[in-house]
Design a protein around this ligand. Structure first.
Ligand SMILES: [Fe+2]
Length: 296
């Protein structure tokens, strides 16, 4: 959706001003596309924001296979959004930090509601109370943010690795959410590791069985250890996911595919970061990524 379409499709979206001070635009700790930001801000309600997300992400198309209640999980009162926080997980820490940053909406990859009715008690009650007390909305988007061909966790991971000739990979209820492709030039495992974990942190699980010079790789963010079997069957040199599992160990050991679990969190910050940048670029809304690593 372009700003022009947004302006035309929403009565509540409006051009605010053409000369906001730079401080208004620099709410984000990371200045997303600061140089390219529009000099205006669209006034969006949570429902405008929902329409904007649905124009980009396949929220309805994937609803039958996604346990996550994608979309608005907690609404807020009427009024325009100015600041939107992004995080991987909805938890007390991210809600608190979003509130402290003055955000009216928190967008997360892992929301609060999954699959079945939840009892509003304990930690869930506390998180909801924090949201309601702050009049802050919560928006969740799970599999559509893994799958998106440009902004998704897997597309960004494939780009970070430098893969070309991408093909869909990793079936989940018949839908392929990941990618496989070829390295532009064969790379060592050390090079591949640095592309996925540029801060040099150690992977969660590493079982090196592929060749010394890796020519192909497949990626599936988050908790997808068992898709390594598909990578082994496809003869892929390197399989990258977030989490490992004891159950795959011997199969990988007896294969020619290197298994790399780089961390569920570490492989799933990319989608929310990319969407935050897109939102800031298209609407001028202030965005902030709240980094709350789990180490898992
Ligand atoms: Fe995940």
């Amino acid at each position: 959706m372009t700003p022009k379409q947004l302006d035309g499709s929403s009565k509540t979206a409006a051009l605010l001003s053409s000369g906001l001070p730079e401080s208004h635009a620099s709410f984000s700790g990371r200045p997303f596309y600061f140089f390219a930001r529009p000099r205006y801000t669209f006034l969006m309600t949570t429902h405008d924001f929902d329409r904007w997300c649905r124009s980009i992400l396949e929220i309805d198309a994937l609803s039958s296979i996604d346990d996550s209640l994608n979309g608005i999980q907690v609404d807020r009162g009427p009024g325009a959004l100015r600041r939107v926080a992004f995080a991987v997980d909805a938890c007390a820490e991210t809600i608190r930090r979003a509130r402290e940053a003055g955000a009216e909406l928190l967008f997360v990859h892992h929301g609060l509601f999954w699959g079945k009715p939840a009892r509003i008690a304990g930690a869930l009650r506390e998180r909801l109370k924090m949201l309601l007390d702050a009049d802050m909305a919560l928006y969740a988007c799970h599999l559509p943010l893994d799958k998106h061909p440009e902004l998704g966790n897997n597309a960004v991971l494939a780009r970070l690795l430098g893969l070309e000739g991408l093909e869909p990979f990793g079936g989940y209820h018949g839908v392929k959410l990941g990618y496989k492709g070829r390295f532009r030039e064969p790379v060592t495992l050390e090079e591949a590791l640095l592309r996925i974990l540029p801060d040099g942190s150690a992977p969660r699980t590493l079982i090196p069985r592929g060749p010394e010079r890796l020519t192909t790789a497949a990626v599936m963010s988050g908790g997808a250890p068992f898709e390594v079997f598909e990578a082994i069957d496809a003869g892929v040199d390197l399989y990258v996911t977030g989490e490992g599992s004891h159950s795959i160990y011997h199969a990988v050991l007896e294969s020619r595919t290197t298994f790399l679990a780089a961390g569920h969190y570490a492989t799933e910050t990319h989608g929310v970061r990319a969407l935050a940048e897109r939102l800031a670029l298209e609407t001028g809304l202030e965005t902030r990524f709240i980094d709350a690593p789990t180490g898992l």
